[in-house]
Design a protein. Structure first.
Length: 232
């Protein structure tokens, strides 16, 4: 297998970059606090919450044969975006380039330069090319195949006052004209460019691993879910 990474949709090989070592598939560290209790062996672990993990720094070690490519590479490897590694295809991490990138000559008199790129990744791996799920009848369901809860994008078409139930979360929607979008990742409700947070009460739903029931009361034509499946 040829090692490579794809940053914001661009394969590193198109920039003349060869990857000598990819980061291993890594499980993020669960965020917790350890407290030593007097008179008790070991420590007491207190989790910050369910499925709360720290970022991961995943490093790709690379080299280039043509130092003339350095300005192009430096302009490309910056900022934030998505990264896909050759040892975990079919999905991506949301990441930011987290380091200065020194280009070091491998051997004196040899034009090859080595460098490392540190990707500071959000702790979940997101599956690519997942189809939206459209439900037209109250009482349907959606199954999360991932290993952690997902934060979906929910587009509801309907009008009036609506009660939407997803899993164990109940959302009250009021004075809806044609519909509303619930962005459960950004924690924003809107339609087009108009914010509609004041038309919603309750928590933004998540889709837990396994079966999630979806039902509603009120005038609803359909609910379309972009599920954003993710894994550890």
């Amino acid at each position: 297998m040829t090692d490579y990474f794809i940053w914001n949709g661009v394969d590193c090989r198109t920039k003349g970059i060869h990857v000598s070592e990819l980061p291993p598939i890594t499980i993020p560290l669960e965020r917790s606090k350890q407290t030593n209790v007097p008179g008790r062996p070991g420590s007491l672990t207190q989790l910050e919450g369910d499925d709360v993990y720290d970022d991961m720094v995943l490093t790709a070690t690379c080299f280039i044969a043509d130092p003339a490519q350095i300005p192009v590479i430096a302009a490309w490897l910056k900022g934030k975006g998505t990264v896909t590694f050759a040892n975990r295809t079919g999905g991506h991490y949301n990441a930011r380039i987290a380091n200065q990138i020194p280009f070091e000559k491998v051997l004196r008199g040899n034009p090859h330069c080595s460098f490392a790129v540190n990707f500071r990744c959000y702790p979940f791996w997101y599956k690519d090319n997942v189809s939206d799920v459209t439900i037209t009848t109250s009482g349907g369901s959606i199954t999360n195949p991932g290993s952690v809860y997902s934060e979906p994008l929910i587009t509801l078409t309907g009008s009036g006052d609506i009660t939407l139930m997803i899993g164990t979360t109940i959302v009250e929607l009021t004075d809806i004209t044609t519909g509303i979008v619930l962005d459960c990742s950004l924690k924003e409700a809107y339609l087009g460019t108009a914010l509609m947070n004041d038309h919603m009460s309750g928590d933004f739903p998540v889709l837990k691993p396994g079966l999630n029931a979806i039902s509603w009361s009120g005038n609803v034509t359909q609910v379309t879910v972009k599920p954003n499946w993710r894994y550890l």
